[in-house]
Design a protein around this ligand. Structure first.
Ligand code: ASP
Length: 329
């Protein structure tokens, strides 16, 4: 049994301070992280560490995440049972989802991190890392795609969200619940989401140049900020009210934009789906669909943005793009 551990930084590794400056900074390597985990050495799992980045996760890029997927893929092709990635939690729901969109293997790719840094009482990093390694090594985790393991819960990357800024129980899958748990060290998988075919490989330079904006709609919103968006971006994700609604005055503007680039309608609510056929007012989901917006279904705005950027970078448009969105929403 062999696991590859890829480290990217984040709170889990922020065990240092810079003289004269407040706040913790990334200091710990993968070797430091593993040395801090009681019981890890007793698992009988060989762990190979790759320190790839040492940054707050706010500074990660799609290119870096896809590079990590390549490292993980090579590890699996070389015989690794699974791969664990440690990173900051702030963007973890996006990075894990991005990885899941392209991860082709039966072997698990497991993301984890920490909410309490190593200088605090009760840091959660060691427990999360131990649980993540257990999940990456477990036969039950095969064919689940990319997973997020935090707080002894196993979440599918496609459903998980960061729901609290500081709680160690921040990661949740509001629409589905966790797919499993780690109980007394045993990985118990309770539900197995259907795998989807991975997206085709995208050319990195093309991905870098593909811009997708995310616009959260707010009360009394005049949409002024959206004015030039089609000149600078290739796609737009709208985080609408509730089931996918916007102020009536915004509907024609969004319709015009949908004539110039793909516009994906999602909900800013945090859980639940955009509807398709319930409301009929101007600015409602039926009206916006009639104006050409794509229905994002259960995709939350952040995942919708990841998906749309990847699809556009792969060169999809028109019906092919709409079909692809329908497969993933
Ligand atoms: N700001 C940190 C990061 O995402 C937070 C964390 O790791 O939880 O890198």
């Amino acid at each position: 049994m062999s696991i590859v551990l890829v480290t990217l930084g984040g709170t889990i590794a922020m065990g240092g301070v810079d003289a004269g400056r407040p706040g913790v900074v990334t200091r710990l390597t993968g070797a430091d992280l593993t040395a801090a985990v009681p019981g890890l050495a007793d698992l009988g799992t060989s762990l190979e560490v790759r320190d790839v980045q040492a940054v707050p996760s706010a500074s990660l890029t799609y290119r870096q995440v896809l590079d990590v997927v390549d490292v993980a893929s090579a590890a699996v092709a070389g015989g690794a049972t699974g791969v664990v990635v440690t990173q900051g939690t702030d963007t973890l729901e996006e990075t894990a989802y991005l990885a899941d969109l392209v991860w082709p293997h039966a072997a698990p790719l497991v993301f984890t991190g920490a909410m309490r840094n190593p200088t605090l009482a009760g840091p959660d990093g060691p427990a999360n890392l131990l649980a993540a390694v257990r999940v990456a090594a477990a036969a039950a985790s095969r064919d689940l795609g990319t997973l997020v393991v935090m707080n002894d819960e196993v979440h599918a990357a496609r459903w998980v969200r960061k729901t609290h800024s500081t709680s160690t129980a921040t990661f949740a899958s509001p629409n589905a619940g966790p797919v499993g748990h780690v109980i007394e060290g045993e990985v118990r998988v309770l539900t197995r989401p259907e795998r989807r075919d991975p997206l085709p490989r995208v050319e990195r330079d093309r991905l870098d140049g593909t811009r997708v904006a995310l616009y959260p709609v707010t009360l009394d919103d005049d949409g002024l900020l959206l004015g030039g968006v089609a000149d600078t971006h290739h796609g737009l994700v709208v985080a609408g009210f509730g089931v996918g609604h916007v102020p009536a005055g915004l509907a024609p503007l969004l319709g015009d934009l949908a004539g110039r680039m793909p516009v994906l309608l999602t909900s800013r609510s945090g859980a639940g789906s955009v509807l398709r056929q319930t409301y009929g007012a101007v600015g409602s989901e039926t009206d916006l669909q009639r104006r050409g917006l794509l229905n994002g279904g259960l995709l939350d705005p952040h995942k919708g943005r990841v998906l749309l950027r990847m699809l556009l970078a792969a060169g999809l448009d028109g019906t092919a793009l709409a079909d692809a969105v329908a497969r993933f929403r």
